[in-house]
Design a protein around this ligand. Structure first.
Ligand code: GLY
Length: 345
C-alpha cells in the first residue's frame, strides 16, 4: 500500500473521499494552532493552552475571545464596545464546531458581554443556528447569563463626540449617492470596525472557530454585520480548515468571505493564498463610487484569516496589517499578506 502523504490526505479529505476522516498518529500536529486578529495575542495563547489540555477547538476559541470580550479597553468587542447610533451597544457573534458540523450565532444582542458564549449555547441547546435581538436576550437570560450595562464612560464619550458632529457622517445614504452610477462620496468620519476572529486547529486536525464583535461603530440600530453570519465572518469545515474575516462587514457578507476561503483551500490553495483570493474577490465586487478612493481602490480595510488541518495558517488584508498566531513557537504578531502595500488611511 502506498502511504498517503500529508498533501494527499488533505486532498482526498477535501474532495469528500473520506466520509469521516480520522487523523493517523503520524499526522498529528506538533502543536495545536490558533490564529486571530491582531487584538488576539493573549486569546490565541489561551486557545492553544486549552487545546493542549484537551479542549475541543471551538471551546478553546471561545475561551480565547472571552479575554477580549471582557476587556473594557477594547472598544470593538464585548464590554466597552462602541455603540450604535442610538448609544446602545449591540453585539454579534458566531461559533462553528468542525467535528459536529454545527454552528451557533447571535446578533444585535444587548446587555450580555459574552455573545460568543451565548452562540455556543445556541449551538448546543437548540435546533437553531441564529437568534437575534430580544429573543436572543431572553435565551441568554434563561441560560443564566448576567445582564449589565456594556457602555463604558470611554465609549459613551466617543459616541457623544460622533453624535455632536454627525450631520453628513452617518450611514443614511440617498439613492443618488449609492449604486455604480452614484456620486463620489467621501466619509468625513471613518466608522471604526473592530472584531476578533479566532480559528483553532487541535493536534488531531479537528477545527473550530469563532468571531465576536460590537460591529461597526455608530451603526444603524439593528444592523447585523458579517461576524454572526456563518460563511461570512466565520466558517469551518473539519475536512479542510477555518476561514474568517474582520474589517468592513458589509464587504465580507457580499463576498461570503469565510466559506469562500474554506472552499479555496478545499481546491488546494494555501491559507495565505485563499485569504488573498478573498481580498481580490472583495476588490472585484466593490463597484460603487462611494466606496472607492481617488485611485479607484476600496477605501476600507478588510482582513481574512485561515488555518488548514495540517496546521498551516495565513492571513491577508486589503491594506498592510498584522495578525496574531500561536503554535509550537508561542504567541506572536506577524505581518499579513496585503493587496495594497501601505497602511489603511
Ligand atoms: N466585521 C465586523 C463588522 O463589520 O461588524
Amino acid at each position: 500500500m502506498v502511504p498517503l502523504s500529508r498533501r494527499g490526505f488533505l486532498g482526498s479529505a477535501a474532495a469528500g473521499a473520506l466520509a469521516a476522516p480520522t487523523v493517523p498518529a503520524w499526522l498529528r500536529l506538533a502543536s495545536p494552532v490558533a490564529i486571530a486578529s491582531a487584538n488576539g495575542v493573549k486569546a490565541v495563547e489561551l486557545a492553544v493552552q486549552r487545546m493542549n489540555e484537551g479542549w475541543r477547538p471551538v471551546d478553546a476559541a471561545v475561551a480565547g475571545v472571552e479575554l477580549v470580550e471582557n476587556d473594557p479597553e477594547d472598544d470593538s468587542v464585548g464590554i466597552g464596545g462602541l455603540p450604535n447610533e442610538d448609544g446602545v451597544v449591540e453585539l454579534d457573534a458566531c461559533v462553528m464546531d468542525g467535528p459536529s458540523g454545527l454552528g451557533g450565532a447571535v446578533a444585535a444582542l444587548q446587555n450580555i458581554k459574552n455573545p460568543a458564549q451565548v452562540a455556543l449555547k445556541i449551538m448546543r441547546h437548540t435546533d437553531h443556528v441564529l437568534l437575534v435581538g430580544d429573543g436572543a436576550l431572553r435565551f441568554a437570560r434563561a441560560h443564566g447569563f448576567t445582564e449589565e450595562n456594556l457602555l463604558t464612560e470611554k465609549s459613551r464619550k466617543k459616541w457623544l463626540e460622533w453624535r455632536e458632529k454627525r450631520s453628513s457622517i452617518d450611514d443614511w445614504i440617498s439613492p443618488e449617492e449609492n449604486g455604480e452610477h452614484g456620486k463620489e462620496w467621501f466619509r468625513k468620519f471613518k466608522h471604526k470596525t473592530g472584531t476578533i476572529h479566532l480559528g483553532a486547529v487541535a493536534a488531531n486536525g479537528d477545527v473550530g472557530s469563532c468571531t465576536t464583535t460590537s460591529g461597526l461603530a455608530f451603526k444603524l440600530a439593528g444592523r447585523v454585520g458579517d461576524s454572526p453570519l456563518l460563511g461570512c465572518g466565520n466558517y469551518c469545515d473539519n475536512d479542510v480548515g477555518t476561514g474568517g474575516g474582520t474589517g468592513r462587514g458589509e464587504a465580507c457578507i457580499l463576498a461570503n468571505g469565510g466559506s469562500f476561503i474554506v472552499h479555496q483551500m478545499s481546491l488546494g490553495r494555501s491559507p495565505t493564498d485563499a485569504c488573498m483570493d478573498a481580498v481580490k474577490r472583495v476588490v472585484r465586487l466593490t463597484k460603487v463610487k462611494r466606496l472607492l478612493d481617488a485611485k479607484g481602490r476600496p477605501d476600507f480595510q478588510i482582513q481574512f484569516y485561515a488555518t488548514n488541518k495540517a496546521g498551516q495558517f495565513g492571513a491577508a488584508a486589503m491594506f498592510a496589517d498584522r495578525f496574531a498566531v500561536c503554535d509550537g513557537s508561542g504567541a506572536r504578531l506577524a505581518d499579513m499578506a496585503c493587496h495594497y502595500d501601505e497602511p489603511v488611511k
